[in-house]
Each structure stands twice: as C-alpha cells, then as structure tokens.
Write a protein that binds this ligand. Structure first.
Ligand code: B1N
Length: 841
C-alpha cells in the first residue's frame, strides 16, 4: 500500500508525520482514530458525536498545514504584494465541509468514515459555525477570502475574534427570543493562537506636545488604558490549489504587566477586574445590520482591531527588511464599510508619532494604502461618532482628523470657492446640532478608491450620499458588483446539481463560472431536464424533512417553495410577503374551491434585538402561520414556516430546495444583496424589484426569466417628493383593505387588536418603504408566478435552467479579479508545496 506523503523520501519520514499527511484510506482511518485517542482522549466506546467531529477536524487540519506553511514561506521569500481585507465581520460558515471540498478530499473522507461505520454528513452537522457577522456584509468578506485563496492572491483577513458571535434565535409564542452564541464551548480546532505576535493598544487619556532633540514638535499620547491584542490564525484554503491564506482575528486581553502591578500592590480584585474590562472589547458582536449603534464599546472594538492589524502589518513589513515607505507597495488595504475607517487616522498616528515620519509623506502613504467599500445608503447606518466620545477614547486621532480636515477643506475651497454649505456637508466634523466625526467622509478623503457593491448602488452613491465627494474626486469612484463563491454555494451545498453539471460541461465551472453557459445547450434535452427536475425535487424532500425536524410542520414537497431568507428589516419588506399570504388566505376563505397553486412560504432571518418593528414582523409571520397552517379550509394548499436561527449552516440546504426567491426590497434601499445570487445559481426564479444586484441578475438571465414588479428607485423618490399618502392605497384597494382590516381586527392575535397596531399604523401613516404603493403590483406578479408554476411547468423548468446557466458573472472570483486589477494591483503567486524535512530544517 503506497501512501502519498510529502515526506515519503525524507530522512525525517517517520510514522507520525505520515499519519498527518497520508491519504490512503487506511492512513486516514488510523489518523482519525489516533486523534480521537490522543487529542480528544476518548476510546470509541465513550466517544460522543462532538468527539468524532473534533477528531475528524484535526485529521483534516493536518492535511492543510503544508499548504499553509508553504504559502507563508513563499510570501515572505518573494515579498509578495498582499491584499488586506479589514472587516469587523467575517461570517465564515462551517469549515469542515468547505475545507474537504477545497482540498479535493471530500469523497475520500466520506468513504473513510463509512468504513468506520460513521457518516460524514452527520459528523459535519456537529460543527458550531463561527457566527462572527450579521448578514451580507460579513458573508461577503468570507466569499472574498475563499476567492482570493482560489485565485492565489496573497491576502490577509483581519477582524475580531468575538467570544459571542451573532445570537442564537429561538421562539416563544411566535416572538423572537435571543440566546447567547457559545461557538467556542467545544473548542475551535481550526484556529492557532499566536501569543508571540501580541500587540498593545492604547485607549483614552490625553496628548502632550513636546519638542524633540532635533527641535521638532512631537505629540505624545498618554493613554488611561492599554489592552493586549492576541492574534488567532485560521488557514483559508483555495479550491484545488496549494494556496492557504490566513484569517487573523484579534482577541482582547489585559497586558500581563498591568495585572502584575495591581497584584503586587495587593489589589487582587482590582487586577482581575481590569482583566475583565479589557476582555470586554472582543466579547460580543453588535447584532445590528444596516444600523449604527453609537456605543462606546463598539468604537473601542473598531479601533482595537484596526490598531492591532496595522501594527501587525508594520511588523510583517519590517520582518521582511522593507522600509516603512514601502507600506503601500507591500499592502493594499480594503476597508469593509466604515467600520475600520479609523485605520486612516491610526496609520497616520503610527507613521507620524511612533515612526517620526513627515506629515505629507505619511498622508501620501495612507491614501495610497486604503480603498473604501460602501455597503449602504441608509442614513441610519452611516457611522458618526459624537465628538466628545471620539475624543475621550482617541484624543490623538481626533487631533489628526482635525488636521486632515483643515487641509482637506482648503482643497474643497480651492476647487469650489466659498460655498459654505458644501464645506459644512463635506467636513469630517458634523456641526449642525451636536458635533460628530463622520466616518464615511474620513474614508472618502483617506482612500484612493471608493466603490459601491452593485451598479445601481454605485450610481445612487454618486447622486446622493457621496455626491459632493464624487464631484471633488470623480476618479476615485468605481463599481464592484458583489459575488458569491460557487464552492460553498454550489459544490458543497448542492452536490446533486454539481454532479449533473460536471457530467455535462466538465469540472472547470467552479472556478470558471462563465462556463455554466454551456448548460444552455441542454435546455431542451429531455434527459437533462428530467434530471434537473428530479434534483430539485430531491433537494425539496430533504428540506421538507429538515423543516419537520426543526419546526414540527409537515410541508408538501410538491408545492411551490416560495422563500425569503435574510435579515428581518422593514426595507427588505417581509411584511409585503405576509400581506400576499393573507391575500391568498382570504381568497380561499371567500371561495374554498378556488384553484390556487399550492405554496409553502418559507421564512428565516434574525431581527436585531432592539429593532421592535422587525420583531413585530416576525410575530406577524408566525401568527399568520398559526392560523393558515391549521385552517381546514386551506386544505394544505398554503403553509407558512419560519425556520429558526438562520445562519450559514441552516441556509445551505435552503437555496438548493427553493423554487421562488423573494428579493422584494424597496427599490433604492438594498445595496446589492447576495442571497439573490445564491438562489438563481441554484435554479430558483426570482420575484424582485429593480434594486441592488437584482437589476444585473435580470440583465444576465433575461427579462423573460425574471418576475419583475414594483416601482423603480426614481419612482419611489418621485412618489415621496409628491407627498406619499399610503392610506389612499388602502382606501382605494378593496383587497388590500380587507387584508389590513383582517390584521387590525385581531384575527391573527387571538382577538387582541393591540398586537399589530404599531405595524398597521406605521403602514397607513408613514410607510417609509412604500409597501402599500407596491402591493398591487406585487400581488399581480405573484398571481402570474403561480400560473406559470402550475400551468406551464415546462417553461418554469426551462427558466430555472437558464437562470443557473447565466449566473456566471456573480462568482466572487469575478469580483475579486476586478478588485485586483482595478483597485489593488495585486497579482497571483502560485505556491509549491515544500517538503516537511526542508521546512523544519
Ligand atoms: O452588505 C451586503 C449587501 O449585499 C447588502 O445589500 C447590504 O445591506 C449589506 C452596519 C451593515 N450594508 N450595510 C451593512 C452591516 C453591519 C453593520 O453594523 C451595516 N450590511 C450591508 C454586502 O455588500
């Protein structure tokens, strides 16, 4: 039995090494049992499912380490230019399955487990995913890491190792309740703690000016607290390449010497307390999506991970023997929204104060280094920090921002003359009613490139929130439409469809997604069509079983699966979807024999814990489900399910089992969306507005293969400008009135007319997201969707195949290639696996 082993011919080749790299079935089984025994300390008779997971994870990790160490060594040796992704969120999803796919070892490990009487999928189900993000923004960061590694782009992701990620969602009486996420409870086999690269971060205090021995004015920042940042590294494998990049997440601890001081003074409790306070910084993820929570701790988190990361980059630069001036040649730093934008002031401080660089050179380096991605137009999400708060935590950074602002506003005056309103709008400091530091303005001034995440979004940025900056710096603005990784969102999560595609167009499509267009040749092929349909049915049956397990609700896999899964937000308009369900229900109550397309409405998504209206929307959906699912008149033609605790793990079986993808945000509010891409890629049809990337998806798949409804962004703006009066839509539309009145009557709340009153009042009186104005268009479109699904199944199938075949553009590989070419100017570096003996020599 010849084993594939990196160290096969090396003098250091011993049994232990072989167990960690070998790939024969016998070696894999032995390595797995060894890890169970020696790492988990368990014999099979008392091993739990968690032990099996851990043993398997370590067995897989061992097979990643040559990739990882060879990659690092190559980057150091070649001084590789590196793309740095700075993000407060990384929503990585479970690692085990993804790592097996990217190593190309999935089938082999499945067989090895089977030979041990174990089931790989069941073991994979044991993983607690690191939920270190809220939604699209965090998941985008994860897809980009996957693509950067796959494209062999030297890259580093920097973020925060939150001890508690996004909360776990449970339900009481149809209301969301939050439970703490304890993802680290069973240990994390994928990370390596690196205390030797810890850094110190100053917070608070004051600054002191002094003149140095050369007669230059310098500033000394005297903090009132110092925290220690410890990096935890996770390898990020590319797909079927040797590259393994690094995700480096920082944990906050207290500096040992500080504890020691207090301890020596006999203040044991004080020492322990200061440790607790320091550790708070990386304790918990703020669970808001598209909404700023202006809390001191949040600003501390942002500054903490940014300072740690920049110090680490400078260490790496110097360890390669490169001078500080080379920072922008060694690194290009992408700011994932403004959450890390304080990096602009922190790099200036590190260069000017700590490294005594002249201001102008430091500023040139800073602008060359950073690029900024904007992810939202919602004004309530734009980060602004009360100036007193900012100054009390970061006194030196506030001074630096004032100086950046002084020079910048002179530049504005030079170009536009004495336009005080413009100056007030563009200033880094907001002074109208309370003073604030504006992070988006800082990001625009300190970056050489600014991008939106879909074409429409970028255009709207230029016309609205960043208009002044576009007029000053038109050359900085570019669009980078989002993408998703086909490895996780097809190969891993839809293996049946992936296999069918392999059989027809070969196996290159996961890295060359445009090749999916070859599927168009089979759109009329009866055998292919049959298999396409059967795979969708099989995926629906699988999800049906899961739904029953998770909710107790039996759904019909032959019904249309009509799915809206995403964060709950008024602009995403889950309430519009609910109005449609109630519309259909009323029609059935009025005419029980009405012919309707049987539908299963599937929802999943979390509401921010402090977002009352979003929680009320969840309650409305579950309340409607309670009535509709039990009503004998419905005769199972409508079912409403809310799958709890939406996260990456729970989403993976949903996209492949969906027929209809709900992308129904008010036009102009969803920056891009990325779930929309995952659905279409897996052969679901979209009902959607002309918002975010929907516009481009429709362009690619063809208008005839997309169910469009609703106002355009311009129409929404115009309607509001003309004085939108939502109650008029209610008064003039009998069916809409009937639906609203049914909710108001207490029909879905056990006769209680108070429960949904805030939601109804809001719709009738404000309706910021024009739900009522789009109601009829949505209902008409849904009626059409129902007809096509029921009466024109052959056409539906054709549309499904064409959607998947035309989604090539939306691979995150395409997006990353565009960033590399147009913003980062980073080239691939291919990795040769180094032999173990040479690496340790
Ligand atoms: O970013 C995604 C987009 O596809 C979505 O359309 C967009 O809504 C999402 C503050 C955000 N924008 N802003 C956030 C998240 C957390 C937070 O604290 C804002 N998320 C998005 C990827 O581009």
């Amino acid at each position: 039995d010849v084993e594939t082993s990196f160290a096969r011919n090396s003098p250091l080749s011993v049994q232990v090494e072989d167990d960690r790299t070998g790939l024969s079935l016998e070696t894999l089984k032995r390595a797995f049992l060894d890890n169970l025994f020696y790492v988990q300390g368990k014999s099979p008779d008392i091993a739990t499912a968690k032990d099996y997971y851990m043993a398997l994870a370590y067995t897989v990790r061992d097979r990643m380490l040559h990739h990882w160490l060879s990659t690092g060594q190559t980057y150091r040796r070649t001084h590789a230019r590196t793309a740095v992704y700075l993000s407060a969120e990384f929503l990585m999803g479970p690692y085990l399955g993804n790592n097996l796919i990217n190593l190309g070892l999935y089938d082999l490990f499945e067989q090895a487990m089977e030979e041990l009487g174990l089931n790989l999928k069941e073991i994979m189900d044991q993983e607690q995913e690191p939920g270190l993000g809220n939604g699209g923004l965090g998941r985008l960061a994860a897809c980009y890491l996957d693509s950067m590694a796959t494209l062999e782009i030297p890259s580093l992701g920097y973020g925060i190792r939150y001890e508690f990620g996004i909360f776990e969602q449970a339900f009481h009486d149809g209301w969301q309740v939050e439970k703490t996420d304890q993802w680290l409870r069973w240990g994390n086999p994928w990370e390596v703690r690196r205390p030797e690269w810890a850094v110190h971060v100053k917070i608070g205090g004051h600054t002191e000016g002094y003149t140095d021995h050369q007669g230059r004015y310098q500033v000394n920042w005297v903090p009132d607290k110092v925290v220690r940042g410890i990096p935890y590294d996770t390898p990020i494998l590319g797909y079927q390449v040797n590259t393994a990049n690094t995700l480096r997440l920082w944990r906050a601890e207290s500096p040992e010497s500080f504890d020691f001081d207090a301890f020596n003074r006999g203040d044991y409790y004080g020492a322990v307390n200061s440790k607790i306070i320091s550790e708070n910084i990386s304790k918990v993820l703020y669970p808001n999506d598209d909404k700023l929570e202006g809390k001191q701790l949040r600003l501390e988190q942002e500054f903490f991970f940014v300072s740690c990361s920049l110090q680490d980059m400078i260490r790496l630069l110097m360890s390669e023997g490169l001078p500080l001036e080379q920072f922008p040649e060694k690194f290009t730093v992408q700011l994932n929204d403004t959450h890390p934008a304080v990096a602009i002031a922190e790099l200036m401080r590190l260069l000017v104060d700590d490294h005594e660089m002249a201001w102008d050179l430091a500023w040139e380096i800073t602008q060359k280094s950073f690029a900024y991605t904007n992810h939202t137009l919602l004004p309530e999400a734009l980060e602004r920090w009360p100036m007193y708060l900012f100054g009390s935590l970061l006194p030196r950074h506030l001074e630096i921002i004032f100086e950046i602002n002084r020079i910048f506003l002179d530049q504005v005056r030079l170009k536009f003359g004495p336009d005080n309103e413009r100056i007030a709008r563009m200033s880094l400091i907001e002074e109208t009613g309370g003073r604030y530091v504006r992070m988006a303005n800082l990001a625009c001034v300190g970056s050489h490139a600014i991008n939106g995440v879909a074409e429409l979004h970028t255009e709207l940025l230029k016309e609205t929130v960043l208009k002044d900056f576009y007029e000053l710096f038109p050359e900085k603005f570019v669009n980078k439409t989002n993408g998703v990784t086909p490895r996780r969102w097809m190969v891993l999560s839809n293996p049946r469809l992936a296999k069918l595609i392999d059989q027809h167009i070969g196996t290159a499509w996961p890295t060359q997604l445009d090749q999916l267009s070859k599927l168009e040749a089979y759109v009329d092929d009866p055998a292919f069509r049959n298999e396409w349909r059967e795979i969708k049915q099989a995926n629906k049956r699988f999800l049906t079983a899961r739904i029953e397990r998770l909710t107790g609700i039996k759904v019909n896999p032959d019904s249309m699966f009509d799915v809206q899964i995403k964060r709950i937000h008024e602009y995403k308009r889950q309430q519009l979807n609910a109005l449609h369900i109630i519309t259909l229900y009323r029609r059935l109550k009025q005419n029980p024999d009405l012919e309707i397309t049987p539908r299963t409405f599937i929802f999943a998504g979390k509401a921010a814990p402090g977002y009352f209206m979003a929680k009320l929307i969840i309650k409305l959906i579950t309340a409607v489900g309670d009535i509709v699912n039990r009503d004998p008149v419905v005769r199972d033609r409508l079912k409403v399910v809310f799958i709890p605790n939406y996260n990456v793990t729970n989403s993976q079986p949903i996209y492949p089992a969906s027929d209809l993808s709900e992308q129904i945000s008010t036009a102009g509010f969803e920056a891009s969306g990325t779930g929309n891409m995952k659905f279409a890629l897996n052969g679901s049809l979209t009902i959607g507005t002309l918002d975010g990337a929907n516009v481009e998806i429709r362009e690619e798949v063809g208008a005839e293969n997309f169910f469009l409804f609703g106002m355009t962004a311009d129409e929404v703006t115009a309607l509001k400008a003309s004085g939108y009066q939502p109650w008029q839509y209610y008064e003039e539309n009998a069916e809409l009135k009937g639906v609203i009145d049914l909710i108001s009557s207490g029909f879905f709340s056990g006769g209680d007319t108070e429960t949904f009153k805030p939601l109804i009042d809001n719709l009738l009186q404000q309706d910021r997201f024009t739900v009522l104005a789009d109601y009829q268009s949505y209902i008409d479109c849904q009626d059409h969707v129902g007809k096509v699904y029921q009466q024109d199944q052959e056409n539906w199938l054709r549309m499904s195949i064409l959607n998947a075949a035309r989604m090539g553009k939306f691979s995150s590989d395409r997006a990353v290639r565009e960033y590399c070419k147009e913003i980062w100017h980073v080239d691939p570096v291919s990795i040769e696996l180094q032999e173990y003996s040479k690496m340790v020599a």
